[in-house]
Design a protein around this ligand. Structure first.
Ligand code: 5AD
Ligand code: SF4
Length: 394
């Protein structure tokens, strides 16, 4: 009988695309997809580790699967579950949490059959195949090579959830090492996909009716194909020439790598959406330094001014973290004032969450939760008013 697969995706657009890739690979092996977790033979959680809250959602979803199988399970020991519960679903934790926790996932969630980190998603069909056909041959199955280069073929299965819009990964991993961020540890060092493969994927998508493209990477504007000496702006210019594309966007830019040339490209290339997502994170130089962001508040403001002077009516959105270790009222005031003065079109606001392996874990998480909540609420209130005003003006 054909096995049915259910994939639940947590986290960012990169994970949304990775889930699509995994679905494409499994469809090619003859599996069926289902939107109903209860009917699935194989349940995959594509997970996120960016904040504690994202991980908590996965642990609780895993607990819920356990409960629905309680009648079949008489022991908490993994081996016992595998031998007694023969009719149980195959459960896989894939993505960032798999990499972050590795085998510890099995200790906390003994109902999990396998874990696969973001760099190994090409191995998922093979692993599932082995578990389905030889259920008790291996107890822990784990693949988590963080710096592996994904084989290019995985991006070319042709499967896409949306028939008009496509996410296209241009680079994997991150080399910035912002001190709060788990990404370099779970997605590995920065690797750029070859220019010709990105263009091939985009042409394939457009041939299937896709008209809008969003390029994805942790730091898209550092893109570089060394073999061809093509940078991000060169990539944008070539993609824009692909006949049939109506809209081109990209996520996420790092302020330290923005250039006048990039803003001119946004202005000059008609299909590029006139909007920029440029995470600020903090308006205090002291905190920016502790975060290892590589710019000051003054420099960030100069970049925004340059963008706005080049891209007429250009939109700009940002990310802010409140309550980073050592953030005083004075530091927060600087963030609030810069946030207010720039007046963003949109903002994602986060409370600092200590992450294992990161450099900031060494610092004392000394801003009380109540204080984080208040600072978060202040920014949110301001942003809601600004967004409403900007919406009404359009
Ligand atoms: N705590 C809170 N927010 C974080 N982000 C990344 N790491 C953390 C963390 N440890 C936020 C940043 C980033 C966005 C994707 O998530 O603002 O830009
Ligand atoms: Fe979450 Fe970051 Fe992984 Fe995306 S890359 S899923 S935001 S930890």
């Amino acid at each position: 009988m054909v096995k049915k697969v259910y994939i639940k995706t947590f986290g960012c657009q990169m994970n949304v695309r990775d889930s699509e890739v995994v679905k494409g690979l499994l469809l090619a092996e003859g599996y069926k997809l289902t939107d109903d977790e209860k009917k699935a033979d194989i349940v995959l959680f594509n997970t996120c580790s960016v904040r504690q809250h994202a991980e908590d959602k996965v642990w609780s979803a895993l607990g819920n699967i356990g409960r629905s199988h309680k009648s079949q399970v008489t022991s908490h020991k993994l081996k016992k579950i595998e031998t007694i519960d023969t009719g149980k679903k195959v459960i896989g934790i894939i993505g960032c949490m798999a990499q972050n926790y590795k085998k510890k996932v099995f200790q906390r969630a003994p109902n999990v059959d396998f874990i696969v980190g973001p760099s190994d998603i090409n191995k998922i069909p093979d692993i599932i195949e082995k578990i389905v056909h030889r259920p008790s041959s291996i107890v822990h199955r784990t693949f988590c090579e963080v710096n592996d280069v994904r084989p290019e073929e995985i991006y070319h299965t042709g499967f896409r959830e949306d028939k008009k819009h496509a996410y296209v990964v241009i680079s994997e991993g991150c080399d910035n090492y912002c001190t709060y961020c788990v990404v370099p540890y779970v997605r590995g060092r920065l690797r750029h996909r070859p220019f010709k493969e990105i263009l091939r994927e985009i042409r394939e998508a457009v041939d299937c009716g896709i008209t809008c493209i969003t390029l994805l990477g942790q730091n898209v504007n550092s893109y570089h194909d060394a073999g061809r000496n093509i940078n991000f702006v060169g990539l944008l210019r070539d993609i824009a020439c692909v006949c049939g594309i109506k809209e081109l966007t990209f996520l996420t830019c790092h302020p330290k790598d923005t250039t006048k040339e990039l803003f001119e490209a946004i202005r000059d290339i008609p299909v590029i959406k006139k909007s920029l997502h440029l995470p600020l994170q903090s308006g205090s130089d002291k905190i920016l330094k502790l975060m290892n962001r590589g710019y000051t508040a003054k420099r960030y403001l100069e970049i925004v001014d340059q963008y706005r002077s080049i891209v007429y009516n250009g939109q700009i959105s940002t990310d802010i973290i409140v309550g980073f270790p050592g953030e005083t009222e004075e530091d927060f005031k600087k963030t609030f004032e810069l946030f207010r003065d720039i007046s963003f079109n949109g903002a994602f606001l986060f409370k600092y969450s200590p992450r294992p392996n990161t450099q900031a874990i060494e610092l004392k998480d000394d801003v009380a939760l109540e204080v984080k909540k208040r600072r978060h609420a202040e920014l949110l209130k301001f942003q809601r008013e600004v967004s409403k005003k900007k919406e009404n003006r359009r």
